[in-house]
Design a protein around this ligand. Structure first.
Ligand SMILES: Nc1nc2c(ncn2[C@@H]2O[C@H](COP(=O)(O)OP(=O)(O)O)[C@@H](O)[C@H]2O)c(=O)[nH]1
Ligand SMILES: [Mg+2]
Length: 312
């Protein structure tokens, strides 16, 4: 077994941090490490917290952490914020807000760095969640800004997704358009101390009347993260969803689908990398891009076919 995997299994937090760095850097050792990580028995519940910047996700997670620690549950937090790749401001903010937990061995907090593509970030996040799981945390919380496909991809690895919305922010339409409503297992109205809560609730109820969710109807939870209000209810709803997933086999189904998507994605990436490397070696082939009128379909097909025949 990879020495880091072994140490992670023994709950060595430094090894956990080191493993995530390997994952972030897409280090050569990553594959060996991950295959050992996959072999470790896991049991964490993965909870994604998504929503627009400023909705209060970090504040909420901070309060939920405090609440969960009081229930004697151990928690890992993975914060992903691709909207601020270089400033680090958001991360710093998150750190200060979550700072009170830094000395607690039952808590691990990590901000994912944005290196390379967003797709790469999504993959790194998923693997980091798994490493936290192998460590033995009861709950893995993932904070992500719900803005694009990659963020939706990240949410595809979690069991329960809470969508954080705020009254009067007017972001419901945007969230709806981005396809984020559909992945919500839970609607969290944070900043419920502000006016407009009833209006938002009726908008959400209208939405549910239209889509008529089958099986699980996403409950609406109200929270005030600045005052730690609503945490018991929030956690209860998350647990309800967990029971639902377990009792209906929807959880296993979800994880199977996620696995399939992930494997497809990896294959797509691998083939693309190989075709690209192979074709770029040939300068003549690259010259074709000098002609802007070339037929892209035909070119793509011929490249792929040539690559596929290569080893025959
Ligand atoms: N009034 C009010 N403000 C909140 C609440 N939760 C968070 N905030 C504030 O909203 C701002 C953004 O919070 P943050 O947790 O950084 O949002 P994030 O970008 O979604 O992680 C901060 O100034 C928080 O103090 C709440 O329940 N009520
Ligand atoms: Mg945040």
């Amino acid at each position: 077994m990879h020495s880091l995997a072994e140490r992670i299994q023994k709950q060595d937090m430094r090894a956990l941090a080191r493993a995530i760095t390997l994952i972030e850097n897409d280090d050569e050792e990553k594959l060996a490490l991950m295959s050992d990580i996959f072999s470790i028995q896991k049991q964490a519940h993965y909870v994604g917290i998504t929503g627009s910047p400023g909705a209060g996700k970090s504040s909420l997670i901070n309060q939920l952490l405090t609440y969960l620690r009081k229930q004697d549950l151990t928690v890992a937090v993975i914060a992903v914020d691709p909207t601020s790749p270089f400033s680090g401001g958001a991360l710093l903010g998150d750190r200060t807000r979550m700072n009170q937990h830094f000395m607690d061995p039952g808590i691990f907090i990590r901000s994912m760095a944005t290196r390379g593509s967003l797709g790469g970030l999504a993959r790194a996040t998923k693997d980091s969640i798994r490493v936290c799981d192998a460590y033995g945390f009861d709950v893995v919380l993932v904070e992500t800004v719900g803005v694009g496909q990659s963020e939706l991809d990240i949410m595809k690895v979690v069991d329960t997704t809470g969508l954080v919305m705020t009254p009067n922010s007017g972001d419901v339409l945007q969230i709806f358009k981005a396809g984020i409503m559909e992945i919500a297992d839970l609607f969290i109205i944070n900043k419920a101390d502000l006016p407009g809560v009833r209006k938002l609730i009726s908008t959400l109820k209208e939405y549910m009347m239209i889509v008529q969710p089958e099986g699980w109807e996403p409950p609406i939870v109200q929270t005030v993260s600045t005052k730690a209000e609503g945490m018991p209810d929030l956690w209860k709803r998350i647990k309800d969803h967990q029971s639902y997933l377990y009792q209906t086999d929807k959880g296993a189904e979800r994880r199977k689908q996620q696995l399939q998507l992930e494997v497809y994605d990896l294959i797509r990436e691998e083939i693309w990398r190989e075709v690209k490397t192979e074709m770029e070696k040939d300068h003549k082939k690259m010259e074709i891009f000098q002609n802007p009128d070339a037929d892209p379909y035909q070119l793509a097909r011929s490249w792929f076919q040539e690559w596929a025949r290569k080893d025959e």
